[in-house]
Ligand binder design. Sequence first.
Ligand SMILES: [Zn+2]
Length: 490
Amino acid sequence: MYRRLIAPGALAAALVLAIPASAADFEPGAPGIGDPYYPTYGNGGYDVSHYDLRLKYQPKTDLLEGTATLLATSTQDLSRFDLDLGLAASEVRVNGRKAAFTRSGVQELEVTPAAGLPKGTPFSVVVKYAGKPSDVKLWGFTSWQRTPDGGVAANEPEAAAWWFPSNDHPRDKATYDVSIAVPDGTQAISNGTLQSQSSKLGWTRFNWRSAHPQATYLATLAVGKFDITTDTTADGLPVVNAYSKDLGANEGAAKASVERTAEVAEWLESIYGKYPFEALGGYVPNVPSSFALETQTRPFYSPKQFANGSNVSVVVHELAHQWYGDSVSVKNWKDIWINEGFARYSQWLWSEKEGEGTAQELADYTYAQHPADDAFWTVKPGDPGAENQFDAAVYDRGALAIQALRNAVGEKKFFAVLKGWPKQHAYGNAEVADFVRYAEKVSGKKLGGLFDTWLYQPVRPEAPAVAAAPVREPRSFRQIAATNSVHDAH
Ligand SMILES: [Zn+2]
């Protein structure tokens, strides 16, 4: 990657000569982690293991202020490093000592510690910061949604910079303690478990903990007035759901859907293996948006998801992401199919279980919905481009690819792949090529042609069955019947 801060020519030479030889190799960390779609997202030179956020938020004014303490380790001899933050920093300390800092680019906060950090050094960073997140426009927008009684941070891929400084890329996961004080009578929702809640001087402080590695965009914060329901799963995990008190006509449908979280998670466990995190839930704030997001352990749902009545399918989608997206995360954003193709396919499996159409029937329907000249087929789910990262094709053609895999390898091996993959890469990152290799290993079949057809060719494959031809075996009536009753077999 191009390092924009190296001084050119003679000046650089003079600078090198002027500093002691022992420090000459210390260089700034890159301003991006190296994602081809988003070159400035995340940062180079260090790895964060833990975020401790101690915050205060006033809904009346939208003022968010606080202190972030990051525990990190340098991955190179580091003279300086970047954090990603949209709010204004007032003080930065590294290992307790005041550090110089300046803003650069859209979201970069360049931090120069008093002393260089040799490669492999654990270090702490304390950032004091404040601002009104809805006023902060990065890349021309804010990811902080105001509500009548508070605000919400939930978006993808850009969300963290509106509420905490970070190495903002899924490749650098960490654990989180989020402590936030809000006016008495207001609640604050975040990921994981509520460790404690207490009130003094008119402010109630909520202490949330997310104890497994979590990508920055999967960290969430919602402040407002909520109805909160709590329960415990059959396995003893806490379930915390929260609904804005202001959902109006959507309230019943929202609750009728999200209250089924534990049931859906139990069903998903039968397909994907043990639930990977320590808590479950979901929250529905009174936001104007229409999307939902797989924020870790506690998905975000816009009320519009429930405008037509209950929508358990979206709960299935966001909970499936806990395995496919949250525990196993993209290595680069171009790997988004690993998240969305499988979350969509999970909705098809739910439909199959509920008797509302098998995955094969939904695949045939989806294929038929898009004629050959539909631009839908020009988007390559395996490398859609940043502008098409969340295009319908990533989801629907992405799910067609998974159905093609199922037809090619048969029920037993297909479900072995689905269950084995989240375990293989638990709490880590992976790319599409890793999945192809894994599916080939488990199935014992060459699948390069199938995935090339379904994920990488900008044209409509001839037909699902034809696309699977290179690896297809003759399918007996018995196999077809098995396809349609998979849940009896699993
Ligand atoms: Zn999704």
